[in-house]
Design a protein around this ligand. Structure first.
Ligand code: MRU
Length: 361
């Protein structure tokens, strides 16, 4: 049980994601489409269940998508554990290709799937059953590493936060978006824990309201002072002097440090620069895509117009109106004060500094 600053009592929430059982197990997800009103879980028993959960944002946030996909691969080969190794490999190939079509922007999805594929390639002599066990071990390792990365990001970022003042965040880069404490929110949780007197301003994050529904839910449960604002208010609260730093997550970071994150992040970065406020991105090394020289090549997911015109089942625009719904945007490296990773802070942000921190052994 936890109590927030207004003495509301919270019972512990189910974990964001959890593998239940052994090799024949299921992936249990906290259904984030139901938050904050209902804390219900769903059990994914087929690769299709996992694909649907990722596509419809029951599980979301780049690292959580990656971990879920890794378990999705295990689920996808469960029916092939008595087959010969060639048939097992064919089934593995199929499920990897399939899960990779669930969402296009967060590179952690492809990173985790590639890692699972590589695990199989590196053990050509294991039989199907042993290979499935080995894949489950790898998925568990991806989950455990993600938790550790969140903790390190929190530690590395906390010292960059003001000792007192407001910090703005956009979308949800918290425990709901990872297997651990989150990325941007891990920084804020750590800053709060070491006694920094911060207040978090959470953008509501149109159109799917990850900020309003998820970020405030997490912050309040952890007792962090929180103020919810509409996205369009960010400039005004900055002008009023309420914001001393911005920290957001990322879905894919190109080799030069350009960072894709939830739509609206780029506008926040421009506003932060206009008001001379430091703008930080917090992300694990698994979110970097060194195959892309700049953010121009990052694929941006375009989602259904209905998310804008009739989000959450209520029509708010006239029938037949054209709507455009890119789910992410790219913030150029030149607007980013620093990228907080588990290995340290990249600052200033450019191809050379990114390379130096993350590619050196
Ligand atoms: O569409 P979503 O909710 O999956 O978008 C999530 C974000 O944009 C997060 O900020 C990002 O994945 C970082 S999560 C640590």
């Amino acid at each position: 049980m936890r109590t927030d600053s207004k003495n509301v009592v919270f019972s512990p929430a189910p974990p964001t994601l959890e593998w239940i059982g052994g090799i024949d197990g299921v992936l249990r997800l906290l259904d984030q489409t139901r938050l904050p009103l209902e804390e219900t879980t769903i059990d994914c028993r087929t690769a299709e269940d996992v694909w649907e959960a990722i596509r419809s944002l029951r599980v979301r946030g780049a690292p959580a998508i990656g971990v879920s996909a890794a378990y999705g691969v295990v689920i996808g080969v469960q029916s092939a554990t008595t087959a010969n190794r060639d048939a097992f490999d064919a089934s593995l190939r199929r499920v990897c290709e399939y899960l990779a079509t669930s969402r296009p922007t967060a590179v952690n999805l492809f990173w985790a799937i590639d890692r699972m594929r590589r695990t199989a390639t590196e053990s050509p002599r294991l039989d199907a059953k042993a290979m499935a066990e080995r894949l489950l071990t790898e998925a568990r390792a991806i989950e455990a590493e993600d938790r550790a990365m969140c903790l390190a990001i929190g530690r590395n970022g906390a010292e960059l936060m003001p000792s007192e003042g407001g910090v703005l965040t956009h979308c949800n880069a918290g425990g709901l978006a990872t297997a651990g404490d989150g990325t941007a929110l891990a920084v804020l949780f750590a800053a709060h824990q070491v006694g920094k007197r911060i207040r978090v301003y959470a953008d509501e994050t149109r159109p799917l309201l990850q900020g309003a529904r998820l970020t405030t839910w997490e912050l309040i449960r952890r007792g962090v002072p929180t103020t919810l604002i509409c996205d369009s208010m960010a400039g005004q609260v900055m002008k009023e002097g309420c914001i001393q730093a911005v920290v957001v997550g990322a879905d894919r970071i190109a080799a030069n440090g350009d960072a894709a994150n939830k739509i609206g992040t780029y506008s926040v970065a421009v506003l932060a620069r206009a008001h001379d406020i430091p703008f930080y991105v917090a992300a694990p090394s698994s979110t970097f895509d060194f195959s892309l020289p700049s953010g121009e090549a990052i694929p941006i997911e375009i989602r259904a117009s209905e998310e804008i015109t009739e989000g959450f089942g209520r029509r708010t625009a006239p029938r037949g109106v054209d709507a455009y719904n890119p789910a992410f945007d790219v913030t150029p490296a030149k607007l980013i004060t620093g990228i907080i990773t588990e290995r340290g802070v990249i600052r200033p942000v450019n191809a050379e500094t990114v390379q130096r921190l993350l590619r050196s052994v």
